[in-house]
Design a protein around this ligand. Structure first.
Ligand SMILES: Nc1ncnc2c1ncn2[C@@H]1O[C@H](COP(=O)(O)OP(=O)(O)OP(=O)(O)O)[C@@H](O)[C@H]1O
Length: 309
């Protein structure tokens, strides 16, 4: 299947979205633009307002102020039309514990309006895709955490929605299964689906196309993982090891120089991809041997700690 262009069409457009519970503001005038086909991560500490934001996007609760559209459809004014486009996997399981895996899928499928052969085929397809066939007869209440997550994802996809909203889909799931989940998400993106996902796992968030970091009901930073890291540290870090001394002054894009005790340099630069060739050129002209010159990996976790202050 051809990969869709992650273009300018918007799957979610929230403007000044606000939710107050009494005097408390849980979500405070946030603006979000999620493009069709991308994997967009919503991150932030407990109580940041992520779930409340998701509940407004899915039409479960109404905003106090502001608006939210899904594929151009106003979620408040045309809720029924908007929610047909959305598959929602909430944080707590919404499975029927005393129904089997297969019965849950059949029931959710019929609630979404699927009937007869079409429903049967869709349920079979999802059971195959998420490795549920072998446990099709097991009661949902007796499944392991990972199996429940798989079934919940399958349930969210039963009506083949264009937008998938996942609230901590990998919470409590072991690392190999978490990886498998993210492979599923990548495949779904390739099929043209848009994904909005919240997670506490920073290593997972590196997989998102773009992220919004929330804190205290507001969006503190937004962009690709790379952009967010750049914002957090004010540029990019490069480690440089040379034999002898190299004059670095005057190289464009150099912001700060730190000479380590072992003689290596830690440099803060605007853009490492344009900076590194320039350093190598300068070293060659000066006859200085470069042992290594490479960008330093900054984790999202470090970036977020800085941004959250
Ligand atoms: N129905 C409600 N009534 C009152 N306060 C609420 C309600 N729902 C959420 N809140 C409050 O709003 C704030 C944001 O909650 P929310 O669940 O959106 O955070 P979150 O970022 O999803 O956190 P978590 O990662 O723990 O799920 C919290 O302080 C929460 O207690």
């Amino acid at each position: 299947m051809e990969e869709p262009e992650k273009g300018s069409r918007l799957a979610i457009e929230a403007e000044n979205l606000t939710k107050r519970f009494g005097a408390f503001t849980a979500v405070d005038h946030i603006n979000l633009r999620v493009r069709v086909g991308e994997n967009f991560g919503l991150l932030g500490p407990n109580g940041a307002g992520k779930t409340t934001t998701i509940r407004m996007i899915t039409g479960v609760i109404k905003p106090t102020e502001g608006s939210v559209k899904v594929f151009g459809i106003d979620v408040v004014k045309e809720r029924d039309k908007a929610i047909r486009k959305i598959g929602y996997m909430p944080q707590r399981f919404s499975l029927y514990e005393d129904l089997t895996v297969e019965e849950n899928l059949m029931l959710y499928g019929s609630l979404q309006g699927l009937r007869g052969q079409h429903l049967r085929e869709r349920v079979n397809e999802l059971m195959d895709r998420f490795y549920l066939r072998e446990i099709r007869g097991r009661m949902a209440g007796r499944l392991s955490g990972g199996m429940k997550q798989r079934l919940s994802l399958a349930v969210a996809l039963v009506h083949d929605p264009d937008l998938l909203i996942l609230d901590e889909p990998t919470a409590g799931v072991d690392p190999p299964l978490r990886r498998r989940f993210w492979e599923h998400f990548k495949e779904l993106n390739k099929e043209g689906k848009t994904i909005l996902v919240t997670t506490h796992y920073m290593d997972e968030a590196e997989n998102c196309d773009r992220l919004a970091l929330m804190g205290g009901g507001r969006v503190i930073a937004e962009g690709t993982p790379q952009e967010i890291k750049r914002k957090a540290i004010g540029g990019e870090l490069v480690e440089l090891r040379v034999d002898g001394d190299l004059e670095l002054k005057g190289i464009s894009g150099l912001k700060e120089v730190l000479k380590n005790s072992d003689g290596s340099y830690l440099l803060l630069v605007e853009d490492s991809s344009s900076f590194l060739p320039e350093v190598l050129r300068r070293a060659e002209l000066a006859g200085v041997r470069v042992r290594s010159a490479s960008p330093v990996f900054v984790s999202l976790e470090e970036a977020f700690i800085r941004l959250m202050g």
